[in-house]
Write a protein that binds this ligand. Sequence first.
Ligand code: ADP
Ligand code: MG
Length: 657
Amino acid sequence: MNGPIVGIDLGTTNSLVAVAGWPNPTDPPRVLADNAGSALMPSVVRFDDGGAVVVGSPARSSGPAHTGRIVASVKRLMGRSLADAGPDLPFLPFEVVAGEGDTARVRLPGAGGRNVTPQEVSAHILRALKERASSALGVPVERAVVTVPAYFDDAQRQATRDAARLAGLDAVRLVAEPTAAALAYGLGTRPQGPQNIVVYDLGGGTFDVSILRITPGSGEAGSGKLAADAFEVLATHGDTRLGGDDFDHAVVTWIVARALDANPQLPPPDAQSIGRLKALAERAKVELSSSESSAIDVGASLGGAWGSVPALTLARADLDGLIAPLVDRTIASCRRALRDAQRQMNGEPISAVILVGGATRTPLVRERVGQVFGLAPYTAIDPDQAVALGAAVQASIIGGGAGTAQALLLDVVPLSLGIETANGAFAKIIVRNAPIPAAGHEMFSTQVDGQTSVKLHVLQGEREMVADCRSLGEFHLRGIPPMPAGIPQLRVDFAVDANGLLTVSALERRSGKRLSVQIVPHHGLSRDEVERIERESFANALSDMSRHRIADLLANSRLDLLWINRQLTRAGGLVSAPQRAAIERGAAALQAFIDLAAADGGGAGVDPDAFHAAKEALDRASVPLHEASIKQSLAGETGAGGAGTAGGAGGTGTAGR
Ligand code: ADP
Ligand code: MG
C-alpha cells in the first residue's frame, strides 16, 4: 500500500481530515476542504428513503421535513451501553433504544423507525471524509490515524476502530486528541527536556482540559532508530455537557427576553422558530469573536408573529456577561486538573497552553484561560483544525515521512485495566498512564478439584470496587487440565497495542497448555440472561424516554415562567385577585417541578405526567393574563389596527416529542 495515511478528527460537532508530507515528504500538514472550501464537516448524518445517506452541511441544514432521520453528536454514544449513556440521553437530538445486549442504538422514526448503530453513523462520516481526501489527493485513501478523546475507554476506542472498518478505512492508529494537538504545534518532535503542556478543548458540546507531560525519547536522531517521545496525560478534567452550544443557548434566552421587552404579547416560539433562534444566536456569537457588536434581525428571520420584533444589537460585553458563568466552570476544571497534576510535575512549570475547539475563539475564553495558567495561550493554529493537523503529523510519521522520522509517538493507557477478584474488588493488571504498547499479567488458580474452566471479569477504571469501574466483558479460560483445586497456575496476560486496544491470552503453566480465551459479549450469554438484559434495557429505555420528556418540559416550562412573570409585571393589574392568585399558585407548582428536575440532573424520579399536568394547569390559569396583556397592547397602539396580535390566547404550547 502506498497511498497516504490521512489524519482524521472525528468530532462530536465537526469532523476534519488532514494530510502531512504528501505528495512531498517535506510538505507541511494541511486540512482538506470540500468543494465549497470548507474544512469542517458537520458530524451530522441524514438517512433518506431508499438507503440514501446525506452527510455534513446538507444534513445539518435539513429542514423540518426531515425530522426523525437526522443524527448529530453520535460520538456521545460510541462504545457505550444504554445504561452508560443514560445521563446523556436527554441531551441527544435523537431517539435511543436498546440494541442487542445492552448496546445503545439510534432509532430513526422518520426513516421507517429503523435502528442504526452509532458505529454505522460514524462510519458514514468517516466514509465521507475518506472520499473527500481521495478526491482532493487524487489517489485512493485507505488508511487513517483517527483521534479519540483522552478519556475514551477500550470499548469507545474499539467502537471508533469498528466505525473506520465499516467505512473501508484501516485505522492504523488511534491517538488521543490532546496529544494530536500538541503534535500539531510540533511539541514533542524536538529534543528538549520534559515539558508540561495544557490542552484546553472547548468544542460544540463537550469540554476537556488535559495536562500532558512530554518526555523526549532516548533514541538518537539519524541513527536510524526511532526516538520515542512519551506523551503522558497527567490529569484530565472536563464536562461532557458543556460547550459552544451552551453559549448559543444563553444568547437565545437573551434574544427572547429582549423580544418580549419590545413586544410583550409575542406567542412562544414554536420548534421551527427555536431552531432559527439558535442559528441566529450562533451567528451572533461567532461574529462577536472578531467584532465588538452584532446585529440580530429576529423579525426578518422568524417572520409570522415574530416578524414585528425589531433588530437587536448584542455587544461583546453583553455576550461576555451571558457566558461568564459557563466559562467559569471550565476555569474551575482547569484549576482541578492543575492541582491533580501538580504532584507529578516535579515543580516544573507549565510551558505551553494550547487552545483546541471552535469555541476557544471566544475572546473571553482566551482571556480567562490565559489568566488561570499565567501564560498567553498558543493560538497560531486554527483551534478547530489543530487535532486533525496533529493526527496528520502522526500519520506521516507512521508512513515513514522523512524529516519527521526521529519522533515516534508513545501514547498511554488512559484508565487502568484489570480483573475482578474476590468480594467485588478490582485488581489492576495494567495501570493508568503506562506507555503503550503495554503488557501485564496476573496469576490465578482453580477453587474446585478437577475444575476445567474459570470465568474472569475484565474491567477498566480507577476505583477500588468493581461496581465503580467499567465492565469490558467476561472471559472464560477453558481447557484447564483437571487437577486438584489450587494447583493449576493460570497466567493471564493483558496486552494493550499501540492503539490502546486490549487483547487477553492465557496459559496454564504446569502443563504449558495455552488456554482459549473467549470473550463473552452480552449477546453471547445464555438465553435466560439475554432475556433478562433485554427486559432491563427495556425498562431503562422507558425511563430514558421519560427523561427525554422531562428535559423538554424543563426547557419549555422555564420559557413559560419567563413569559408569565413578564406579563404579570406588565399587565398583572388587569386580572382579578383570584385570577392572579391562581396564576401564582400554578407558577409556584411548576417551579417546584423545575427545581426538582434540575436538581436531579436529568430528572429521574420526576413523574413526567405530573410535571406535564402542572404545566398545563398553569397554561390554563394564565389565559386571562394573556388576554389582558393583548388588550393592553392593543389599547396602547392607538389606531395601529392591531394586525398580527391574534395568536397566543390559548396559553403556551405544550411539549412533546
Ligand atoms: P467538536 O470538537 O465538538 O466537534 P468544534 O471544535 O468544531 O466541536 O467546535 C464547535 C463549536 O465552536 C460550536 O459551538 C461553534 O459555534 C463554535 N465556534 C466556531 N467558530 C467560533 C467562533 N469564531 N467564535 C466562537 N465560537 C465558535
Ligand atoms: Mg473536537
